[in-house]
Design a protein around this ligand. Structure first.
Ligand code: 6PG
Length: 251
């Protein structure tokens, strides 16, 4: 789906983004569980997705979803133990997993503590879970993404060779600006999802959002532009400041 067909939901503020994203998550989960008794979802790190997880764990949403049918995966992870404050798995555990009845076997964390090796281990886990042959990519039902003000998403940062990856499902990449290695799903894996939900709030994301939708193609500089090749439905949940530089909304 080229992004001119993406669904763009403009919200008043972060709370509105989170409310609308939680409703969309619950509706999508219900749809997939009804159709195939299973919902494979990829979580993101970041301060924008975190309140979404907290809302999903609340009384208002928790019981709308049969968590025993949900399989949780991650779009990226830091190379730290699961108990580290930087761990995306740790953040999701505090915000969501510790408050819902989801079987431990349904949780497929990236074992960041293994460092670069966790990329090939995670790829093996995905290949086994989805019973994938060579050259095939997993088709997640929903992938949740945040956007960095530098235009990164997952852990695909400006200048990273991962943005041009075409065969690996998962990659390990040293991020100079962070002086650390990150583990991330690659563009072909992300773009193969049935649904992608992108959350972005704040004036500091407006330039990146404009470049993603309207900028000349320069994925080495704005990695999130790879989403222009997404095969499924892409929904952007943006607050007004993050969407403020989109010409398409000024018409
Ligand atoms: C991470 C995330 C990353 C995040 C963006 C947006 O591991 O940090 O996967 O891609 O979603 O950086 O983060 P904010 O929502 O905090 O701006």
């Amino acid at each position: 789906m080229a992004l001119d067909k993406a669904e763009t939901i403009i919200c008043h503020d972060l709370n509105d983004v989170v409310e609308k994203a939680a409703t969309s998550f619950a509706d999508t989960a219900t749809e997939f569980i009804r159709k195939k008794s299973l919902f494979n979802v990829v979580l993101s790190g970041g301060s924008t997705p975190q309140p979404l997880y907290q809302l999903l764990s609340s009384d208002r949403f928790r019981n709308q979803i049969d968590w025993t049918r949900v399989q949780l995966f991650w779009g990226d992870e830091r190379c730290v133990p699961p108990t580290d404050r930087a761990s995306n798995y740790g953040m999701a555990t505090k915000s969501l997993i510790s408050k819902i009845k989801i079987p431990f076997k349904n949780i497929h964390r990236i074992k960041g503590e293994m460092g670069e090796d966790s990329a090939c281990f995670y790829e093996k886990e995905l290949r086994s879970f989805f019973s994938l042959g060579k050259d095939a990519f997993p088709k997640f039902d929903l992938i949740i993404l945040g956007i960095g003000e530098d235009g990164h998403t997952a852990s695909i940062f400006p200048g990273s060779p991962v943005v041009n990856e075409t065969s690996d499902m998962v990659a390990a990449d040293y991020v100079d600006k962070l002086s650390s290695t990150r583990i991330t799903l690659t563009p072909p894996t992300i773009n193969n999802a049935s649904n992608i939900m992108v959350l972005a709030c704040g004036n500091n994301k407006a330039d990146a959002i404009k470049e993603i939708f309207e900028g000349d193609s320069k994925p080495d500089i704005i990695p999130s532009q790879f989403l222009r090749k997404a095969k499924g439905k892409v929904s952007f949940f943006l607050d007004e400041p993050a969407a403020s530089k989109l010409a398409s909304l000024k018409a």
